[in-house]
Every structure is written in structure tokens, then in C-alpha cells.
Design a protein around this ligand. Structure first.
Ligand code: SAH
Ligand code: SF4
Ligand code: F3S
Length: 474
């Protein structure tokens, strides 16, 4: 398995930890150099690893310096207006580099490519390639076209493509934790969301190719996989020859059985779809992390209906109860949108109160950003003034800080099993790792002979609000 080392620049404006920077590889064995930068969700991150694999087969090596690249790629996100604005700004820098280096090609990949299609070539005159998320296999042919002066566009969405047979080249890897895509697309049609338009219909990847990838990661020293999909609970794969049906619960079990030393996480669950079977499977296997990211979006039933989330406030609260009943120690986090169309002050209060009820350890919080073509853009007026959206978001953020503080302080005195991911950012004398609940823990190495990828029990002695500070226990 090939692993490429990345530099540390991270674009954190979208969701924390979801974008990554260019990486370095021995350049001399390759004929040409490519540079890739990604924005958006973990799925985009994982796709860039597929793209790196496809390009490496074409004789492209990576560079961390876009100015010396023959091919500059930006894997883009359309989820909010700001995400697109960031990419457009970045494209102006790439354009300058293109004018300075003859023959340099600039390509836009991912969700913005899919949303804007050929229009992107008209709007961003110096872009040569526009390739949607299901068309990466055609990248080599499109590069050849572009090299001969033709603009290359392929934004066809597929009902089948999962890239299941392509072995990703790991980027930005700590050698311990990795993402594994298990499905693509989304059938949910939440009214605010552009993803069903940019990623197409939902399809699940061959369960055995997923297990093989997890096994290979484990054999190469990795100790944690995060199974990725927009809606992992609707994973469903049938092997007609072998007469096997694999649901998400079954898949979790199969991955958990790769090794008790391999931790399993997943993202993202939709509250309407996460089943008792999944919860019981999580409870049954110690190595399936006790952590669920359960986006609530809003705490008010009328707003949830407008959002087409298909659950009510009460249904969501019952789901939280059920999780805590089956796994009292399970951590829960959420995504929250402030100021969706027609949201009143009372309805906003419902969001605050459901946060208190759910006691989230952490949340990704946004104010509503209308996306062209979505159900909400077509049906509703984006009528909550920006100022009000921002004030509501601010209240949500303040409450979340309070809840996180409480949750982290509540861990003081407790002992957790931690998977060591590497040195802490601040000191080589400290390890950093995560608890099963996905909280970061930092603790002194002392004289123990430990390495990254090892498990260790630690006792928490204090907290900074977003990190637990601990000490190794014998
Ligand atoms: N499938 C994932 C969603 C990925 S998008 C899931 O259901 O969790 C990540 C988050 O972005 C969403 O959960 C939502 O909170 C936020 N989001 C999506 N569209 C948005 C929009 N138009 N404006 C503001 N936030 C949005
Ligand atoms: Fe978007 Fe909803 Fe699908 Fe998530 S589940 S990607 S929010 S449509
Ligand atoms: Fe963004 Fe596309 Fe992911 S819109 S959040 S990169 S699926």
C-alpha cells in the first residue's frame, strides 16, 4: 500500500478536519507532477485518494507546490455559498500560476464541477477540466484531450460507480486511522441540500471489497477505519450468486470481525434510518466506537417537515433515548442549521432545547445558505434576515460550548481506552489519541515503551473544553 506524506495546511472553513492540503512524494520516478487540494466533506477527501491512485497509474507524481505542477486539481464542495466562494478565490491564484507556467492544466473536480458543469468553463476561463464525482475514471482521457488544447468536461452521474476496485492512495495519513467509502450518492432529498444533485443516486459498494480494503489497512498497521456515506444506515448490498444480503448492521459486524484491534467508526447516520439492529451491533463489539454523529438540523417539527427530514422532534428525542438506553456511554454529536426559511424565534428556541436534551459533545453549526435548484430554493423564501440567522447561530454556538464544556468536565476522573494516533501537536513528549467517544486525549509519554497505533488506558485529570488531558494508568 502506498502512503503519501502531506503537509499540514488545512482549510477548516467548512467542517473541521474535512479538507486537506497537498502532499509530497518522491518526484523523480514520475514523468509529470500533479497538485490536488480538497474542500468539503470526508467523502471528497476519500475521492481525492481515488484520484491520486488513478493519476499515479498514469505516471503522475504529487507535488506540494502548485506552481511547479503540470496538473492542478481542486476537489470542490457546493454545500454552502461560502464553500464555493472559497474555491473561486483559490482558482484565481491557480490562474496566475497557469499564466506563468506553459502547459499547466487546471481542473475542477467534485460537487461544484457537477453543479455548474460546462458553465464553469465559461465563468472561470482558465479552467481546462471539469469532472464530476462519478467520472474520475475518465480523467486520463480528458487530460489527454486538454493537453491537445480541447477543454475536457465529464459530469455524467452514474447509478453504479463506486470505485470499489480502485485501491486508494492514502493522503495526509497518520498511518493509524483511515476513511473507507462504503456508498455514494444520497436519495434523501432534504430540502436545503445540494448533495443529491451533485452526487446522484444512492448506491452501495460491494461488501467484500470493503472488507478487503479494511483488512489491507489493518495488515499495513492501521488501527481505525471510518466507514463513509451520506447516509450509512441505508447501506444495502446483495450478492445474488452467494445469496447474501448485507445491511449496514451486518457490514459493521463484518468490519468489526476483521480484528478486535481494529476500531470501527462511521459517518453519517440519518436519525430516521439508524436501527436498533445497528445499535445492538455497536453494543456487542467493543471495537465499534461508542459514538454517533446524528445530525438534528432543527429541533422544531414544523421546520423539520419543511426541511423534509421525515422525523419529528419527538422521534429524534426518542432516538437519543434509545441510544443511551442501549449504550449509556455513547457520545452523540450533531449538525445544526440556524435560520432556515420561515423559522420563528420560538422554533429557534426548540433547537436550543433539543441540544440541551441531547447533550451533544460537539456540533457542526451553520446558518442556512440557499442553494440553487434545491427543493427549498424552489418552494420557500429565504426570509430570515442574515443578521437574525447569525444571531441565532451565535446562540447555538454559545450553548454548544457550554454543553461541550460540561461533557468534557464530566470525564475528569474517568479511565478511557485510547488509540494513540501520534505526537500531540504541542509537544513531542506527549501522545495524542481518541477515546471510543471520539474525544481527543493528550497525555505524557513518560517512560512507557508505546508507539502510535497502540491502545493504552488513561485517566483524565483535566480538560481544555475540546481536549482531555490525562495520564497513563498501569
Ligand atoms: N449526509 C450528511 C450531510 C452532509 S452535508 C448528513 O445528513 O449528515 C453536512 C451538513 O451541512 C448537513 O448536515 C447540514 O447541517 C449542513 N448543510 C447542508 N446544506 C446546507 C445549507 N444549504 N445551508 C446550511 N447548511 C447546510
Ligand atoms: Fe443532504 Fe439530507 Fe442526503 Fe445528508 S441526508 S446528504 S443532508 S439530502
Ligand atoms: Fe460538499 Fe459535496 Fe461533500 S457538496 S459536503 S463535497 S458531498
Amino acid at each position: 500500500m502506498e502512503t503519501l506524506e502531506l503537509t499540514g495546511k488545512v482549510h477548516d472553513e467548512i467542517r473541521q478536519g474535512e479538507a486537506f492540503a497537498p502532499f509530497i512524494v518522491e518526484p523523480n520516478i514520475y514523468k509529470k507532477k500533479f497538485y490536488i487540494e480538497s474542500y468539503g466533506c470526508a467523502m471528497n477527501f476519500a475521492d481525492s485518494e481515488i484520484v491520486a491512485s488513478i493519476l499515479s497509474n498514469e505516471g503522475f507524481g504529487a507535488t506540494k507546490n502548485f506552481e511547479e505542477a503540470d496538473l492542478v486539481l481542486v476537489n470542490t464542495c457546493s454545500i454552502r455559498e461560502k464553500a464555493e466562494a472559497t474555491v473561486r478565490k483559490r482558482l484565481t491564484e491557480f490562474k496566475k500560476a497557469k499564466l506563468a507556467k506553459r502547459g499547466m492544466l487546471v481542473g475542477v473536480l467534485g460537487c461544484m464541477a457537477e453543479r455548474l458543469k460546462g458553465k464553469l468553463l465559461e465563468e472561470e476561463k482558465l479552467v481546462d477540466l471539469v469532472i464530476g464525482p462519478d467520472a474520475y475514471r475518465t480523467l486520463p482521457a480528458l487530460i489527454k484531450d486538454a493537453e491537445s488544447g480541447q477543454k475536457g468536461v465529464n459530469v455524467l452521474l452514474s447509478r453504479e460507480e463506486t470505485y470499489g476496485d480502485i485501491s486508494p492512495i492514502r493522503l495526509d495519513s497518520n498511518g493509524v486511522t483511515s476513511f473507507v467509502s462504503i456508498m455514494r450518492g444520497c436519495n434523501n432529498m432534504c430540502s436545503f441540500c445540494v448533495v443529491p444533485f451533485t452526487r446522484g443516486r444512492e448506491r452501495s459498494r460491494d461488501a467484500f471489497s470493503i472488507i478487503n480494503e479494511c483488512q489491507e489497512l489493518f495488515d499495513n498497521g492501521y488501527r481505525e477505519v471510518t466507514l463513509l456515506g451520506q447516509n450509512v444506515d441505508s447501506y444495502y448490498w446483495v450478492d445474488e450468486e452467494k445469496d447474501i444480503i448485507v445491511t449496514f448492521a451486518k457490514l459493521l459486524e463484518m468490519v468489526a470481525n476483521v480484528s478486535p484491534l481494529l476500531r470501527v467508526r462511521f459517518s453519517t447516520s440519518h436519525p430516521k434510518d439508524i436501527t436498533d439492529e445497528v445499535l445492538y451491533t455497536m453494543a456487542k463489539y467493543e471495537n465499534i466506537c461508542k459514538y454517533i454523529h446524528l445530525p438534528v438540523q432543527s429541533g422544531n417539527t414544523r421546520v423539520l417537515q419543511l426541511m423534509n427530514r421525515t422525523y419529528t422532534r419527538e422521534w429524534y428525542m426518542a432516538k437519543v433515548d434509545r441510544i443511551k438506553e442501549i449504550m449509556p456511554e455513547c457520545g452523540i454529536t450533531a449538525d445544526i442549521i440556524a435560520g432556515f426559511c420561515t423559522e420563528t424565534e420560538e422554533e429557534h428556541q426548540d433547537t436550543l432545547s433539543i441540544m440541551e436534551y441531547s447533550k451533544y459533545d460537539m456540533s457542526y453549526m451553520f446558518f442556512y445558505s440557499e442553494r440553487p435548484g434545491t427543493l427549498a430554493a424552489r418552494r420557500f423564501t429565504d426570509d430570515v434576515p442574515l443578521q437574525v440567522k447569525k444571531r441565532r447561530l451565535d446562540e447555538i454556538v454559545k450553548l454548544q460550548n457550554k454543553l461541550s464544556q460540561k461533557s468534557y468536565l464530566g470525564d475528569i476522573g474517568k479511565t478511557f481506552k485510547v488509540l494513540i494516533e501520534g505526537n500531540s501537536k504541542k509537544s513531542e513528549n506527549d501522545w495524542a489519541g481518541k477515546t471510543s467517544q471520539n474525544k481527543v486525549v493528550v497525555f505524557p509519554k513518560r517512560d512507557y515503551n508505546l508507539n502510535k497505533g497502540d491502545y493504552v488506558n488513561v485517566k483524565v485529570n483535566s480538560s481544555t473544553g475540546a481536549t482531555l488531558l490525562a495520564d497513563i494508568v498501569e
